[in-house]
Write a protein that binds this ligand. Structure first.
Ligand code: PLP
Length: 450
């Protein structure tokens, strides 16, 4: 039987793993948010996962609402996906030559998102956005990229810029190691503020190569685009000869069969089509696959057809592609309906539990993605940009998170992340989350700023 999350032997075993990790790996983790920096405590070292559950090194079981930060749409270790990987691995791990399976994955992406007429497979979302902005600069011959505060597109230098002191001023480096010169080619604007984008184009339109935007922002908590925002970006970029890059790394094939664009962009839903899409996460089913796609005229500018260089030893890796293809083939309408229903039920339950304790909050949802913002300002007005998201009472999430963890629920270790569900989250798993909510809501109510 699984150990309980608070058993002292288990706490010690996990702590020993973290101490050992910190001596070998910076911060003990290979990606910063895993380190629990914003919630405190020891990150759980996981040993295995199955369906809606993850298990730590001490054998403790958790209902998982991280889902590998998105990829695990079908739940962990789906037997058909694991079998596809096993069988691909047995045929060879990597060839460095084209395969039919890569073509099948590209075709499956195009079937779901027809505007992705040509698809280039890469290994991470970061590579997809990095390539998309290089391609946009190559196609337009212009230097500047517009991005939005609180949108995350991976750790590309130009996309780790922070907002400067005013609208349409050039950005500052968002991290040590990014040069002022790299940041200076990025304009950072407030999200959901079309007027700011209009001003930027009025002032520097002839220099702007592309606008990149999360299809629905989910890296500052879940902040959906206001109605007409994405369509407005399409109108402005088209009018000024810039490309629109819709970053669906997180939302693509997760919030619906054709991603966020399928919910909002297709002609029958309002109608806008970006020049380039970036995909990741679900498209690899838990293995390193990501992609960019767009019209043949733009994509043909990539090497070897065109002059914009891009490459990768492991791009389209056969084992990774097998996982992505198996995942997308299994992700039918019934899967999306299940994940949607689970998200609706759970987000309602979270709201009710916090209401019952008088905790001011706002649950925001974009399809099956949702997150909670704490505090009276968020409760009253909602959260529509990064300034709103930062103004919340984040300290309440710390208490809420740890109460849930103690009850065997693995939430994202930051208030700025979306909660992820899968088609494997059945009534039993969801019931365990719901049962844990009252105590977590009490902890949030009692929390005080540090
Ligand atoms: N774009 C978005 C919207 C993301 O959420 C992420 C990662 O979370 C990325 C790009 C970067 O993807 P990766 O972590 O695979 O490099």
């Amino acid at each position: 039987p699984a150990a309980t999350p608070t058993e002292s032997g288990a706490v010690e075993a996990n702590h020993a793993a973290f101490v050992r990790a910190q001596a070998a790996i910076p911060g003990g983790v290979n990606s910063p948010v895993r380190a629990y920096g914003s919630v405190g405590g020891d990150p759980r070292f996981l040993a295995r996962a199955a369906g809606p559950y993850v298990y730590d090194v001490a054998g403790r079981e958790y209902v998982d609402l991280v889902c590998s930060w998105g990829p695990a749409l079908l739940g962990h270790a789906h037997p058909d996906v694991v079998e596809a990987v096993r069988s691909a691995a047995a045929r060879g791990l990597s060839f460095g030559a084209p395969t039919v399976a890569e073509v099948e994955l590209a075709e499956e992406i195009r079937r779901r998102v027809p505007a992705a007429e040509r698809v280039r497979l890469v290994s991470t979302g970061t590579e997809a956005t990095m390539t998309a902005i290089r391609l946009a600069r190559g196609v337009t011959g212009r230097p500047l990229i517009v991005k939005f505060a609180g949108n995350y597109h991976g750790h590309v230098d130009a996309l780790l810029a922070e907002a400067g002191s005013g609208v349409a001023t050039l950005a500052m480096p968002g991290t040590a190691g990014v040069t002022a010169a790299a940041a200076a080619e990025t304009l950072v604007l407030p999200y959901n503020d079309l007027a700011a984008v209009e001003r930027a184009f009025a002032e520097r339109g002839a220099q702007i190569a592309a606008v990149i935007v999360e299809a629905s922002a989910a890296n500052m908590g879940v902040v959906p685009p206001l109605p007409g925002f994405n369509a407005g970006l399409r109108r402005l970029t088209a009018a000024h000869g810039a490309l629109l890059i819709l970053d669906e790394v997180l939302t693509g094939f997760r919030v619906g069969p054709s991603g966020w664009w399928g919910l909002e962009g297709r002609a029958d839903a309002g109608g806008y089509t970006p020049d380039l899409f970036t995909f990741g996460k679900v498209v690899g089913g838990g293995m390193p696959v990501a992609a960019l796609g767009g019209p043949a005229t733009v994509m043909s500018q990539l090497a070897p057809e065109g002059p914009v260089y891009q490459a990768g030893t492991l791009s389209g890796n056969p084992v990774a592609v097998a996982a992505g293809l198996a995942t997308l083939r299994l992700a039918d309408d019934a899967v999306y309906a299940r994940v949607d229903a689970a998200a609706r039920a759970l987000s309602d339950a979270v709201g009710a539990a916090l209401d019952a304790q008088g905790v001011a909050h706002r649950v925001q949802r974009a399809g099956s993605l949702f997150s909670v913002f704490f505090g009276p300002a968020a409760a009253a007005d909602g959260v529509r940009d990064y300034a709103d998201a930062q103004a919340q009472e984040a300290f309440r999430y710390r208490a809420f998170f740890h109460a849930m963890l103690d009850a065997g629920v693995n939430l994202p270790p930051s208030v700025f992340e979306a909660w992820f569900l899968s088609a494997a989250h059945d009534d039993d798993a969801l019931g365990r989350v719901v049962d844990a909510l009252p105590a977590a809501a009490r902890a949030a109510a009692a929390a005080t700023p540090e």
